[in-house]
Design a protein around this ligand. Structure first.
Ligand code: BTN
Length: 242
């Protein structure tokens, strides 16, 4: 069951490390590692994820999916969608989802998702900014307290997020994500607007059409429709790398 067992720790290098170690020792699917602080928190593309102790919800979930490779690609945006829907249902907020894996409030990042796969194990890491003020967050980030002016209960948010993530994960395994994809496209950041996507060392400019069921971002470009499987999205158009 997703979220069980739940292991609560104070300070770790990264909940991803602990989750992989537990998986190597045979931890079952659903095992969740929650920490108050990380000394080496990781983000996508080799970036770090740093938070003040207690200011963020930091957890990693061990999965042992029956499908791997490209068929798992949509999982990161589905996880972001699960987090976004938890914020809607608990706090009546209006998050948007930034392809491929961020949740934004008022255009600022409140949550990020990192999925790492080794062998048959996928570890889903989620960070959600709970109470940090903007001054202690990276530029362009925000927290639930800042946007909602009240303090979220971390345990309630964890359970709500895990339940929504678990539902989407099982739908993905059952090839039944059409409804989730429609829902997340309704919340997709910059949908219908001009964006730039850095794909390796090239910039691709176009208008976001939506996210496809395989997780690819669909862009209408000057050269026609293009499906992008991985890249970094910013407002566009841009002609040079940031
Ligand atoms: C990103 O936005 O680039 C992804 C950030 C993911 C951060 C979470 S916090 C819990 C888990 N442990 C980590 O080291 N990273 C993820």
């Amino acid at each position: 069951m997703i979220g069980r067992p739940l292991i609560r720790l104070d300070s770790v290098t990264s909940t991803q490390d602990v989750a992989f170690r537990l998986a190597d020792l045979g931890a079952p699917e659903g095992t969740t590692v929650l920490a108050r602080h990380q000394t080496g928190g990781r983000g996508r593309a080799g970036r770090s994820w740093e938070t003040v102790p207690g200011d963020a919800l930091l957890f990693s979930l061990v999965l042992r999916p029956s499908r791997t490779g490209d068929r798992l690609t949509p999982l990161s945006i589905l996880v972001a969608d699960g987090v976004a829907n938890a914020l809607v249902s608990l706090y009546d907020l209006s998050p948007s989802i930034k392809w491929p894996n961020d949740v934004l409030l008022g255009g600022r990042k409140v949550s990020g998702v990192l999925i790492q796969v080794r062998g048959g194990v996928a570890v889903v890491g989620v960070g959600i900014n709970l109470i940090a003020g903007r001054e202690s967050l990276p530029e362009g980030a925000t927290s639930i307290r800042t946007e909602n002016s009240s303090d979220p209960d971390p345990d309630v948010l964890l359970q709500e997020a895990l339940s929504r993530i678990g539902r989407r994960y099982h739908s993905l395994l059952d090839d039944d994500i059409a409804r989730d994809i429609v829902g997340l496209n309704e919340r997709l950041w910059l949908r219908g607007q001009v964006v730039s996507v850095q794909v390796a060392d090239r910039m691709v400019n176009g208008i976001i059409h939506g996210v496809r069921a395989d997780g690819a971002l669909l862009l209408d470009t000057q050269d026609g429709a293009r499906a992008i499987v991985s890249g970094e999205l910013t407002r566009g158009p841009r002609s040079t790398l940031p």
